[in-house]
Design a protein around this ligand. Structure first.
Ligand SMILES: Nc1ncnc2c1ncn2[C@@H]1O[C@H](COP(=O)(O)OP(=O)(O)OP(=O)(O)O)[C@@H](O)[C@H]1O
Ligand SMILES: [Mg+2]
Length: 239
């Protein structure tokens, strides 16, 4: 099992660490959930980019997104120069390689091996999976799908990284994952909301530590993502 201790890993998200006692607990699994377009991918990329750039901590981005150009383009808009980080093995993007509907379990097992090797080779400390929800497209039977998501995310806990699992929800304020499994696997649950024109963030749970219990606004601009820890949004204002 991943070690969850008092030592903290800086999130790299402006304004967030003061809401969560200095950062994510070292070795924890963090579920980042939200509806479409709430900023999950930007959050995940920022966590790795800032970790690589400022903390010198290697990070691996595991994506189910077919088109890697979207990610690169996003980072370009923010003016990030990721080439040197990639060249020095501080940042890697890996596209999850699932390609047939048959034998998904075996494919997942193979992918876990590839990921474990990448983590070892680059001395990876930070991991992002974007998204666990997309794993669902490969299996129609609900029980098997839950089992697959469980197997995959649970295995990642053994890799010794501080991991963000991204889950896409329908966007309602009490939705935290697509399969109802990810929040139990996770030590920390953070939700992002977009109630036009306001974006907000809520720390739903953090095992064994104190955290802000209110909803806080955040912004996304060309400067990236920024949480406003001093400002609050009423829970009732969310849908
Ligand atoms: N440079 C920018 N300036 C302002 N807003 C931006 C910028 N880049 C992205 N956004 C906003 O962030 C949103 C997308 O964020 P992101 O892709 O991280 O969301 P997501 O939760 O990952 O979405 P999905 O569920 O579709 O993957 C965009 O829809 C846009 O509103
Ligand atoms: Mg996304």
């Amino acid at each position: 099992m991943g070690r969850v201790g008092l030592e903290r890993v800086k999130s790299g998200i402006k304004g967030l660490d003061e809401l969560i006692g200095g950062g994510f607990p070292l070795g924890s699994t963090v579920l980042l959930s939200g509806g479409s377009g709430t900023g999950k991918t930007i959050f995940g990329l920022t966590y790795l980019y800032e970790g690589a750039r400022r903390q010198n901590e290697p990070g691996l981005y595991i994506t189910t997104e077919g088109n890697l150009k979207n990610l690169l383009w996003m980072m370009e808009v923010f003016g990030w120069d990721i080439k040197p980080l990639q060249e020095s093995n501080l940042l890697k993007i890996y596209k999850l390689n699932l390609h047939t509907f048959e034998d998904v379990d075996r494919q997942i097992e193979e992918e876990l091996k590839v990921i474990a090797r990448l983590v070892k080779d680059m001395g990876c400390r930070r991991l992002v999976v974007d998204s666990t929800t997309a794993l669902g497209v490969w299996i129609t039977e609900k029980g098997r799908m839950r089992h697959l998501v469980y197997t995959f995310t649970d295995a990642l806990k053994d890799l010794g990284c501080t991991t963000i699992l991204i889950a896409e929800t329908k966007g309602r304020k009490t939705d935290f994952s697509a399969f109802g499994i990810e929040e139990f696997i996770s030590d920390v649950v953070i939700s992002l909301y977009f109630t036009p024109p306001n974006r907000s963030i809520f720390v739903r749970k953090m095992r064994g530590t104190n955290h802000s219990k209110t909803v806080h606004p955040f912004t996304i601009s060309d400067l990236g993502i920024e949480v406003k820890p001093k400002d609050e949004i009423m829970w009732e204002a969310l849908k």
